[in-house]
Design a protein around this ligand. Structure first.
Ligand code: DOR
Ligand code: ZN
Length: 344
């Protein structure tokens, strides 16, 4: 197969930031994706429906002329979140989902949840109103090895939470482990998972290849090769519970290439060619459309996008190493192998 036409894809987990960074990175996603679920971890975070509406307006204002791209907004769950505000923002079409960050788990998560029982009324209102909860699935307990934090989260936090609020629809974001995949497969209706492009491409060796590689560092951190292989198997399986959420997370190089570098891989310019390459290598190009354009929309109860996008196999893509932004340069994620799929 040398060319392929699919429904326009969606990115079900995206960091667009704000200000000069938003202006620079938004066109990179809008070029390929028709919709994206926009993460709320700004500083300060997007907590209320009014804040989400204002952020959506800033995103629309930053779109290049003629771009057809719809931001789907999320709220950042905190101990102070008002259940009625969440339900109203969802009913008004302002908000698509709510994001749970365990406090301290990742970038800008300081306002996240410390006491899972305290947010129970919000989760109950969400279950009632059919608002999905997007979960950053890692425990923050420093006694737990960083490579085990996802697996421990499933038993320690996610399973009790789902038992306490039956009917709550949950997306296990950026799943990275065999255990996470099994949890979703065995989880019954109402649970799904996003998989990133970079976790399909690299295992944890990439973070330490010949020296420390800050641009391969993200959270959840990449795991061993057998986990990466299981992610590819799940993504290419056709199982509708798995869909693309790139977690493209730009940071300026100065913040990544530092004594304490930020977590996040900036993949927006290459995410779609990279996923196509992975599916091609797996002999599963016929399932690409499901993973990038259909499964996520179905889970969120939205129709697939009306337009199409065509890909063509050709010479290796030549991407710039960096994107210039008003905030400083941002290095693109390097998958470590050539990408042959060009978006036409
Ligand atoms: O690598 C990551 N970067 N993981 C996250 O959960 C947050 C994200 C960010 O916002 O930079
Ligand atoms: Zn993220």
């Amino acid at each position: 197969m040398d060319s392929l036409t699919i429904r326009r894809p969606d990115d079900w987990h995206l960091h667009l930031r704000d200000g000069a960074m938003l202006t620079a990175v938004l066109p990179e996603s809008a070029r390929h994706f028709a919709r994206a679920l926009v993460m709320p971890n700004l500083v300060p975070p997007v907590v209320t429906g009014a804040e989400a509406a204002a952020y959506a307006a800033r995103i629309r204002a930053a779109l290049p002329p003629g771009a057809a791209f719809t931001p789907l907004m999320t709220l950042y769950l905190t101990g102070a979140t008002d259940p009625a505000d969440v339900a109203a923002a969802h009913a008004a079409g302002i908000v698509t989902a709510v994001k749970l960050y365990p406090a301290g788990a990742t970038t800008n998560s300081a306002s996240g949840v410390r006491d899972f029982d305290a947010v129970r009324p919000v989760l109950e209102a969400m279950a009632q109103a059919g608002v999905p909860l997007c979960v950053h699935g890692e425990v923050t307990d420093p006694a737990v090895d960083i490579f085990d934090r996802e697996a421990v989260f499933l038993a320690r936090v996610l399973e009790p939470l789902r038992r306490a609020v039956p009917g709550l629809r949950v997306v296990l974001e950026h799943v990275t482990t065999v255990e996470g995949l099994a949890y979703v497969r065995d989880g019954g209706p109402g649970i799904a998972a996003t998989i990133t492009a970079h976790h399909l491409a690299i295992n944890r060796n990439a973070i330490f290849a010949g020296g420390i590689r800050p641009h391969a560092y993200c959270l959840p951190v990449a795991k061993r090769e057998h986990h990466r292989a299981a992610l590819v198997a799940a993504a290419t399986s056709g199982d509708p519970r798995f869909f693309l959420g790139t977690d493209s997370a730009p940071h300026v190089d100065a913040a990544k290439e530092a004594a304490c570098g930020c977590a996040g891989c900036f993949t927006a310019p290459l995410a779609l060619p990279l996923v196509a390459e992975v599916f091609d290598r797996a002999g599963a190009l016929d399932r690409l459309e499901g993973f990038v354009s259909r499964h996520g929309a179905a889970f969120y109860g939205l129709p697939p996008n009306p337009g199409t996008l065509s890909l063509r196999r050709g010479d290796p893509l030549r991407l710039p190493g960096r994107l210039a932004t008003g905030a400083g340069p941002v290095t693109l994620f390097d998958p470590g192998f050539p990408l042959h799929w060009h978006v036409v």
